[in-house]
Every structure is written in C-alpha cells, then in structure tokens.
Design a protein around this ligand. Structure first.
Ligand SMILES: NC(=O)c1ccc[n+]([C@@H]2O[C@H](COP(=O)([O-])OP(=O)(O)OC[C@H]3O[C@@H](n4cnc5c(N)ncnc54)[C@H](OP(=O)(O)O)[C@@H]3O)[C@@H](O)[C@H]2O)c1
Length: 415
C-alpha cells in the first residue's frame, strides 16, 4: 500500500505485498448498542471442560498437547470459585507508561530508560532488568496481567519479504533474542520449529507468540487451530496467542459475536495453560470495549502497528489504563522510516543506525517491539539498542512525526 493509497474497504483490506484473505461474505451488519453475555454470543459452559472434554473433538496428533496447566499459569486468572486473582484490575494508571520492566528470572545488569507518560508529557525513569536467557542482549521484560513477563524486543517473522532460517538461528544463537513473533498466516511455524531446534535454545528460555487467523475463528475452531499451531511449532504451550484481526467473515454472525465466541475459547486455552498469556491484535478501543462487555478475561496484550508515523497514543493510553500491554509491529514502518531525514539526523547524532533509533524510541515509549529482518547482520544491528538512551527532546521529535499513515492494516473501518 503506498502512502497515498486510500483506506481499504471493510471487506477488502490488504497488507502491502500480502495476498488478500479469502473472499469474505461481505461486510457484517454494524453492531449497535451495548451487548452483554446474555445478548451476545451464547456463553459456552466450557470453563469447567477438561482436556478430555476437548480431546474427543480434536485430531489425534494434537490431543496429546492438552496437558494439565502448570501450577503457575493461574496467576492472574479470571475470578473462578476458589481462584481469587482477577486479571481485569488495571495496574497502570491511565496515560502512564508501565512503572517497571521486570526480569523474567535471568540475572542481568539493571539499566534505566526514560518513558514519556502518555507519550508526550515529562518522561519518568523506567526501571529495566535483563530478561532471562537474553543475558548477553540485556533485554528487559514487561510484566503482563497473566503473571508472565514478555521480553520487550522480539524478532518478527513473516511470509512477506520472505523467511530466513539462518537469520532466526543467528538471532537465537548469536544475538541472544529470546522472543519470536509469528502467526499461522505467515506460514512459517514449522520452519521455526526447525530453526529453534537447530539453535539449541531451550523451550523454557523462549517466548513464542503466534496468532489465530480469521479462517479459524469461532469457539470450536479456535482450540483446534491453537493445537495445530503448537504442533507445527513443536511446542507444548504458547507464551502468547493472539486473535490476529478484528474482522471475522462468518456469514450470519456479527463480528462482535464471533470475536466474543473466539475469545471464550482463548480464555479456556489460557485457563488450561496451553496459552500462558492471551491477547488480540489490531483491536481498537471500540473492539476492546465490546470484548470487555462480552467476556471475562481482559486481553493481556494488544499488538498494533507502531512506528514514528503511526503512534496511536489514545489506544496506547487506553490499553495501559486496562493493564493491557501494548506491543508494536512494523517498528521500522517496513523500512519507510529509515530514509526520513529527521531519523537519519538522529542516527548520526547518536552514532547509531536509523533502525536502531526507531527500535530504541519504541522501547523507550514502553512498547514491546518486534522488528523483522531476513538478514543476520541486520538482526544483529536491530538488537543493539540496550546500550544507549535517546534524550527526552529527541524522543519528542520522534513522537511528533506521527502523521497517521499505516504501512500495514488499518482496522478503523472494522465494526
Ligand atoms: N499483527 C499483525 O497484524 C502484524 C502485521 C505486520 C507485522 N507483524 C509482525 O511485526 C513484524 C515486523 O513487521 P514488518 O516486518 O512488517 O515491518 P518492520 O519490522 O518495520 O520492517 C521490516 C522491513 O525492514 C527491513 N529491515 C529490517 N531491519 C533493517 C535494518 N536494520 N536496516 C534496513 N532495513 C531493515 C526488512 O528487510 P530485510 O528482511 O531484507 O532485512 C523488511 O523489509 C512482522 O515480522 C510480524 O511478526 C504483525
């Protein structure tokens, strides 16, 4: 999509270089008014389902993955009899960046980082600590309402622009990357299994995010799709599972109904420990508000486009007010940001590359950041962002570059 291209229609959205999704049934009817559980999609009485209950309707190879949840996964689980800790309570004040970045268990030197609350007011110091397993990288992690902590820097993967086995192995073996972002849609989950195996990095030292594609939305399909993703990735659990996109394309059902049904399956996957954290992607405030009315667990993460030209601060503030960690994709604006004169100037000033300026700025703003490269040397470059700090005035320059452009999807027309 060029910068000048018009907004996509609700039913014909596309990503640059990405094939359109299968033709949908046409735009779903707009949903009007508030809708709670009673008026929305039927609430499945599934929260008490056992792995065995699920197993009967799943293909044999994936049922073996339905193991009892690890004892720790219930930290932050929704209110249930005998389970006191709700996830829905906000832990971060509205308009403020997370007050701490915490380690995930590994030792590492603490550093500091300025984060402008609300992205524009006076920066406040942000404690950072190295994430487990990424010691050499010194990558901090952000606490989620699930009780887990997500490394703030991850490696993106995609079908778009190709997938590189060598770059993933290099990221894991040589750069200390411990967070990988993928999706069923990208078609590289099985390839990642090979790269992870070759890297020799242990499963428990990795953070793996994958996403549910809309062809698998709905209560029944979601569980099956999750298990199939685990199978392709060669893992027994996901660290984070995201609903990829708010449009749903299911005939006869509104987007809101399908999202609610789908989210209930995600809640169940979380409760069973198959997904240690759950979240959404490309959800706007309206979509999150509907989900709040229809479901129990607040998403732990919302993954949305975020780079100097696209800084949706209202959404960032909303997410923080509800303890939803904001993860930003396309931190380099798919490369577009790297040739902007102001970014080149800042790169010269800090003796860094434009990519490092974009990534560091995003992380300083408290955003989980997942640049992608198919080239080992660029992966290495993109990781070297924990040994310098961008000054407050320069963060403000970058904050001021927002012009609203999308280099990926624009979900604003999705009801
Ligand atoms: N949830 C969603 O809907 C969604 C949508 C889009 C993306 N994502 C996730 O976000 C990740 C990142 O997004 P993205 O790949 O679209 O955009 P990006 O990370 O902003 O940019 C990637 C582009 O920049 C180039 N690049 C990377 N590092 C570079 C460097 N140091 N110097 C020069 N060029 C560099 C890459 O080319 P080379 O590969 O040739 O180095 C590629 O063309 C994806 O991989 C995916 O995991 C999620």
């Amino acid at each position: 999509m060029s910068l000048a291209s018009p907004k996509p229609s609700p039913t014909r959205y596309s990503m640059p270089g990405e094939a359109l999704p299968p033709p949908g049934p046409g735009p779903p009817p707009p949903t009007t008014g508030g809708k709670g559980r009673s008026a929305g999609a039927t609430h499945h009485a599934t929260t008490t389902a056992t792995p065995r209950d699920l197993a009967w309707r799943l293909p044999a190879p994936v049922t073996r993955l339905l193991a009892p949840p690890p004892p720790s996964h219930r930290r932050g689980a929704p209110p249930r009899p005998g389970v006191p800790a709700p996830t829905c309570l906000p832990r971060v004040a509205r308009g403020h960046a997370p007050s701490a970045l915490c380690g995930t268990g590994g030792a590492g030197a603490a550093g500091s980082c300025s984060v402008p609350p609300g992205g524009s007011a006076r920066p406040q110091p942000l404690r950072m600590a190295a994430a487990g397993g990424g010691g050499a990288l010194g990558c901090p992690a952000l606490p989620l309402a699930s009780g887990r902590s997500i490394p703030v820097l991850g490696l993106g993967t995609s079908h778009q622009g190709g997938y590189s086995h060598d770059a993933v192995v290099h990221a894991l073996q040589k750069c200390g990357i411990r967070h990988i972002d993928t999706a069923k849609r990208y078609g590289c989950e099985s390839l990642l299994q090979k790269a992870i195996k070759e890297s020799g990095v242990k499963r428990e030292d990795l953070w793996i995010t994958t996403k549910l594609w809309h062809s698998d939305y709905g209560y029944e399909n979601t569980t099956k799709a999750c298990l199939e993703s685990c199978e392709r990735l060669g893992v027994e659990y996901l660290d984070l599972y995201l609903i990829h996109w708010p449009d749903t394309h299911i005939p006869g059902k509104s987007n809101r109904e399908v999202r609610a049904e789908t989210w209930r399956a995600m809640e169940e996957l979380y409760e069973k420990g198959l997904c240690r954290s759950i979240g959404v992607s490309n959800f706007l405030i309206s979509h999150l508000e509907q989900l709040k009315e229809d479901c129990v667990i607040t998403p732990h993460v919302n993954q949305v486009e975020y780079h100097p030209f696209q800084r949706p601060q209202e959404l960032v503030d909303y997410c923080r007010s509800r303890d939803i960690v904001f993860e930003g994709y396309c931190p380099l604006a798919k490369g577009e940001a790297l040739t902007h004169p102001s970014i080149i100037q800042l790169a010269k000033k800090y003796d860094r590359t434009p990519a490092q300026i974009c990534i560091r700025w995003s992380i300083q703003n408290g955003i989980v950041t997942i640049p992608k490269s198919t080239k080992a040397e660029r992966v290495q470059e993109n990781c070297k962002v924990f040994d310098f700090t961008i000054a407050e005035d320069d963060v403000e320059i970058l904050n001021g570059m927002h012009d609203g452009r999308h280099v990926s999807w624009d979900p604003s027309l999705i009801v």
